[in-house]
Design a protein around this ligand. Structure first.
Ligand code: HEM
Length: 511
């Protein structure tokens, strides 16, 4: 038998060698051989993925073992997180979601991925870069690059530095209050005005990041129909599509509007520097950055890329959380009343002030307010910004969740499931109940990852907390809001989450 097999192999080898050397095969034969090689490769991959790969023992839908199709078709629609949740309910804490990707929903596994092993970001994340050659803080998969960029930018996010930005945030929040106030007055102050608070808070957050990080408000709120928020959303969706289907990259170029908008800001700053003015903010840090070895600075594109990342990371995240907090408060009047009482107790003079003056509380007076913090934490628990999970990649064969995960596998720390699990958070885990945060015993250890964890933990968390507390408290201290029931609160997630309708209307009147 062995001899026969050997003879066969020798004959096949001989045939191919002669054929290749003498080109003694027709075009039809060539197509046939290539097609058979392709079919053999497909069959090999299917057999390997289903029966031989160490991942083959991990539960999950059969199709996921051989194809990325189930994930690919959901990502561009922004609803992959719903599927992940249903998979983990059906298959348990470790699920294979693609031939080379595994979903983890156990809290210890998530801690291992993000903190103990502190795995690097996966190649999937690198795909969301506009130009894959350039890394940014959020997308960096090279740990050394990440460390250097993080060291460079950290001073702009320290709690001390963020406190110094408070007057700038104050002016943007004041502009939001003024716009609401003026709308109520122009509507005839005795009746409530209907506004899309979701959109206005989003515009405010973009202005805050412009004012604090790039030297001047983008004035998005003022120019109600500014194209930037829509362009940012389109860019987020395109980034996911480019990462999911790399062959579509040439057909989905970077949007010229945002590139020009941000590049102009950079050029204006460089011109300002030439006049001797050097504001101390993120933009200046990027302009001044020099490579330790080569002494070279960032190119204009690299600066644009990093600035754009901050505009994305710093706007839709905190605005989503702040406006969803308000939406849920309106659905839970008892908590709304308690929160307003907490705020009025902390700022008793707000009532005695001139009613025509709008009041923005200082952050020092807000930061320790228990219910305010609980409301924001509860919104981040129920609807985390990283709704589809945090994707990392193994660099060596690693045991996670009792399975051998080979080197180069994408692992998704899907903490959304942990944060909404009845096992960890009790029978009301799927309800929005901020009061649970008032007793620290109710918060399970390693059960909350609102800002991520490990070396990639959100660099902007002090910034976000300051901004969210100021926006929410200012709205509630100055106005009365009424819920308009039965609005669609369905979410989509493209890097950051948003309401599918981009709309949450409220009726608002002066207090
Ligand atoms: C409610 C508000 C926010 C939430 C819930 C949030 C959440 C997160 C999470 C979960 C991560 C970790 C991503 C990962 O591990 O893959 C992250 C990273 C990051 N966030 Fe935030 N974020 C918020 C606001 C902000 C703000 C205001 C900024 C900037 C002004 C910002 C900038 C960043 C950046 C640059 C990273 C990447 C950090 C790194 O990889 O070193 N975020 N954020």
């Amino acid at each position: 038998m062995d001899t026969t097999l050997h003879q066969c192999l020798v004959a096949v080898k001989h045939f191919y060698r002669t054929a290749l050397l003498d080109y003694k095969f027709s075009f039809g034969q060539l197509v046939f051989y290539l097609a058979s090689a392709l079919v053999a490769k497909i069959i090999y991959d299917i057999v390997y993925n289903c029966y031989i790969s160490p991942l083959s023992v991990i539960p999950g839908p059969r199709l996921c073992a051989i194809s990325r199709l189930p994930t690919l078709r959901r990502r561009p629609k922004g609803n992959v997180f719903k599927w992940f949740s249903s998979l983990s309910k059906q298959y348990g804490p470790v699920v294979r979601t693609a031939p080379n990707m595994v979903l983890f929903t156990d809290k210890d596994d998530i801690k291992q991925i993000l903190v103990s092993d502190d795995l690097p970001k996966s190649a999937t994340i690198a795909g969301i870069r506009p130009d894959t050659a350039f890394q940014t803080l959020f997308t960096a998969d090279d740990k050394i690059f990440h460390k250097g960029r993080r060291r460079l930018l950290s001073p702009a996010f320290s709690s001390k530095y963020v406190s110094s930005l408070e007057p700038l945030m104050h002016s943007c929040v004041q502009a939001l209050l003024q716009k609401i106030h003026d709308t109520i007055i122009s509507n005839g102050s005795e009746k409530p005005a209907r506004i899309n608070i979701y959109q206005w808070v989003q515009a405010t957050a973009i202005d805050v990041i412009g004012e604090t990080a790039f030297g001047g408000s983008f004035n998005i709120l003022e120019n109600g129909d500014h194209p930037l928020p829509k362009k940012i959303f389109e860019e987020l969706r395109n980034r996911i599509i480019r990462a999911t289907f790399p062959f579509l990259r040439p057909f989905l170029p970077q949007d010229p509007y945002t590139e020009e908008f941000i590049t102009n800001i950079i050029r204006e700053r460089i011109a300002l520097n030439a006049k001797g003015e050097r504001p101390h903010d993120i933009l200046q840090m990027l302009i001044d950055a020099r490579d330790e070895k080569t002494g070279k600075g960032l190119t204009e594109f690299e600066m644009y890329d990093q600035v754009m990342e901050f505009v994305i990371a710093g706007s839709d995240t905190s605005s989503f959380t702040a406006s969803m907090s308000l939406a849920f408060l309106l659905h839970r009047p008892q908590t709304l009343r308690s929160l307003v009482a907490e705020l009025e107790e902390a700022f008793p003079d707000v009532r005695t002030k001139d009613p025509s003056k709008l009041f923005v509380p200082n952050h020092e007076g807000l930061k320790n307010l228990k219910l305010l913090n609980a409301v924001i934490n509860e919104t981040m628990r129920r609807f985390p910004v990283a709704l589809s999970g945090l994707i990392r990649q193994t660099t060596v064969d690693t045991m996670i969740g009792g399975y051998l995960i080979p080197k180069g596998t994408a692992v998704n720390a899907y903490f959304n499931q942990v944060q909404n699990s009845k096992e960890h958070w009790g029978p009301d885990a799927e309800e929005w109940v901020p009061e649970r945060w008032l007793d620290s015993n109710n918060v399970p250890r390693n059960g909350f990852y609102g800002f991520g964890a490990g070396s990639r933990i959100c660099i902007g968390q002090h910034f976000a907390w300051t901004e969210m507390r100021m926006i929410l408290a200012s709205l509630l201290l100055n106005f009365d809001f009424t819920l308009i029931p039965n609005q669609n609160l369905d979410l989509v997630h493209f890097i950051t989450p948003s309401l599918k309708t981009k709309k949450f209307d409220v009726d608002v009147c002066l207090r």
